[in-house]
Design a protein around this ligand. Sequence first.
Ligand code: ATP
Length: 218
Amino acid sequence: MNAKPQGLQALFGGTFDPIHYGHLRPVEALAKQVGLQKVILLPNHVPPHRPQPEASPAQRLEMVKLAIQDNPLFSVDTRELRRDTPSFTLETLSELRQELGEQQPLAFIIGQDSLLSINTWHGWTQLLDKCHLLVCARPGYATHFDAPDMQQWLQQHQVTEPQILSETPSGSIFIGDTPLVNISATEIREQLGLGQACDDLLPRAVYHYIQQQNLYQK
Ligand code: ATP
């Protein structure tokens, strides 16, 4: 028997190599807008044929834990990291659906860049059967799809009232009015590689851990 549906639950997947304020700030704002009590960070297992993260899975997880240690909004789910094989988001969502039941409102948070390339994700057309998509703005990325069929898909599913996200288990896309934070993990790795300070781009505890572990230094 699945548990009785709770409020809207939200997951936020990423490589987090490293986690930074571009991940945290927009999601905090989104949580306020939508009324999320909890956001579960889901660090990815990166498949061997993709460019590998510079930090190990254990280091990426430690950085996530340090980033959220004083922030009760966030928790972390290590199920993808613990697996021997990479998992597709759709598979993880299907697994969660089994655990939570068909009625539980469930959302997956992505940045605007991920929305624009969502049709490259494995089984992307089934994602909205499993969850809602909550989208954070990201500077430098268009607010519309170029492809008319993708723009139509967005318009078919987009809702502007967050209430519906808690009243239905899945199927809607909500574009948050979130702050534009111009930070990427790539930029942080590059700056650290050049020996430049970037302590304003990520939580202090994460920055100290990076230094202590000599991460991202060339
Ligand atoms: P990289 O530069 O290594 O590609 P990244 O900074 O884009 O990394 P990821 O861990 O790949 O970070 O991103 C996880 C999720 O966070 C994705 O959905 C991405 O769209 C979103 N995201 C990352 N940075 C930002 C940002 N500055 N603003 C909004 N969303 C972001």
